[in-house]
Every structure is written in structure tokens, then in C-alpha cells.
Ligand binder design. Sequence first.
Ligand code: PEP
Ligand code: MN
Length: 338
Amino acid sequence: MIVVMKKGASAQDISNVVGRVELDGYKASLTEGEERTIIGLVGESPTPLREDNYSSMSGVERVMRVSVPYKLTSREYHPMDTHVALNGSQAGANKVLVIAGPCSVESREQTIEIACAVKEAGATALRGGAFKPRTSPYSFQGHGETGLKWLAEARERTGLPIVTEVMDPGLVGMVAEYADVLQVGARNMQNFVLLSEVGRSQHTVLLKRGMANTMEDLLMSAEYILAQGNQRVMLCERGIRTFEKYTRNTFDINAIPVLKARTHLPVIADPSHAVGYSEHVTSIALAAVAAGADGLIVEVHPTPERALSDGRQSLNYDGFKQMMQRIQLVAQAVGRSA
Ligand code: PEP
Ligand code: MN
């Protein structure tokens, strides 16, 4: 349930409602909007909630039941867009942000070189996996902590924040020492222990949609993070598995406007994993921006044919530069900047 306060509700009115929420055995979660405060009742209590007890209180405009199971994540609970800070910009605001870099961090020199190249082309942040969730145990698994050190060095050189994946709940603390954004990958979207742990870290999180998960599953997974008091979450549509064989996955363009309608969190699109072929990545990126994506995460490699992972879907530097130019045009056409 949420309690929407009137425009001019006093601090005393708000604290009285919070007091009542606590008396009923729930936790009050306050959202201060530009015009009014919304108080969410979260948690479990044996005391049943009665709308009348709250609607008659001073300063209360209305009381609403949140009709969806992902309470804190829902737009009903939090009508205004949440902005997530990234390199002096805000994901979820007007500017379309671009996170770019290799699928895997491969060497110190390469990481620094790619960071400089994507920065020059206008990227907001650097991506790169040091812990890789590979389908085969025989594929390259990433350089681990050494890779994180290379990423940190690339950040020092370029100022670009680092987006990197964490797979193991026990390693969240270590990865968070290097990363600016913790990526939870598609294969771990329902690793609930990991979700709670990245929530507790209070670090910014990029949560990718599982390849066989619904939008509601994704929103429920986000709820695990928000339930730990961490609102700094960006969702990511990266394609789902369908019967189609000419692409790696099927980019669910529906997910962009539908998620934006259902949640206040920023929505990022990953055209690289969604389509799986570099020659189509820019088209999907442009479509995602036109559909309202708050940002893109794109794989870039100087020599994609030699990449240790996901080379077939990685843009080379020229391809990335061209994508960045075309993104600007589409962003402008839909009233955004890039
Ligand atoms: C990645 O970003 O390289 C990755 C492994 O993505 P996903 O989890 O979406 O497959
Ligand atoms: Mn990849």
C-alpha cells in the first residue's frame, strides 16, 4: 500500500503517517517528489492494513494498493523516473548514455587502448568482463581479479567508469572495490542470493534480463535489489531466446516501452547480445533509442575476428564511431540527446 500526501502536507503530517506505519509493524519508505511525498508500506506484519486508518489522517491525499508484486520497482509506487548517476550524467534522464568495450578484458594494453577509443567516440562508461559466464567450461573464463586491475587502470587513464560482471555472491565485495557498476548477467538474473548481495553492497547495478525470462521476472529480480535499500538499478534488455536461428537472440523491442511504463528504473538496451552479428548491431541500437531506451551497452573490439569471446557481434572502432553518429540523429528525432 502507498500513502500519497497532499501537495502542502507538513513535516508533522508526514512524520505522523510514518509513526502510524511503524505502529502497524511495517517499514515506511519515503519518496520525496517535486510536489508531494509518497510513503510506501513495506515488509510483513500480522496487523492487516486498513486504508481508512490512513486516508483520514491530516495531510493525506489518497491511499492506494500497489497491484503488482514488484512493489518498490513499480511506477505505481514511484511515479517519477529514477535517475542513476553515471560519469556526471544520469541514466533515466534526457541523455542516452552509451556503455562500450570488449566482451572480455583480454590484456592490460588492449583494455587501455579500447577505453581510449570508446571515450574518444563519446562513450559514457567502459564495459568489460573479467569473470565470464561461458556456456562451455572449456571456453575462456576471463582474467578474474587481474582483469579488474586492468579495468581500474583504464579508468584512471580515461576517467570512464567501469561496468563489469559479478557472478559469485562471495565476490561482490571484491568486484565492487574495482567496479563502478556491477553487472548481473542474463544467466544469473534469478540468482537470488547474488541479487540480495549486490543490493546490500549499495553499488550501482546493471541487471540483465534472462534469456528465457518474462519482463515480470526481471522486475521481480530488481525488487530483490531494491528491497535491500539500493535504488541504483538499471535494467537491461539483451534479447530473449526464440525459435529464430538467423540471429543469436531476438531483441524484444516491446520490453523498452513496456518496462518504462511499469517501472521508474532506467532501461538500457544491449543490441550486441540481442542480435549477435556486428553488421546488424547499429540497426538494433537505433531502434532501441527510438523506442525510448535510456542507454546502450555495446561490445567493441579493435580486431573482432581475434576476440576471445563474442567477436562475431563486436563492432570495430569505425563501426562504433558510425553507430555513435547515427545514434545522435535518432536521439534528436525523439526529443533526446546522445
Ligand atoms: C556480456 O555482457 O558479455 C554477457 C555475458 O551478457 P549476457 O549476460 O546478457 O549474456
Ligand atoms: Mn559478451
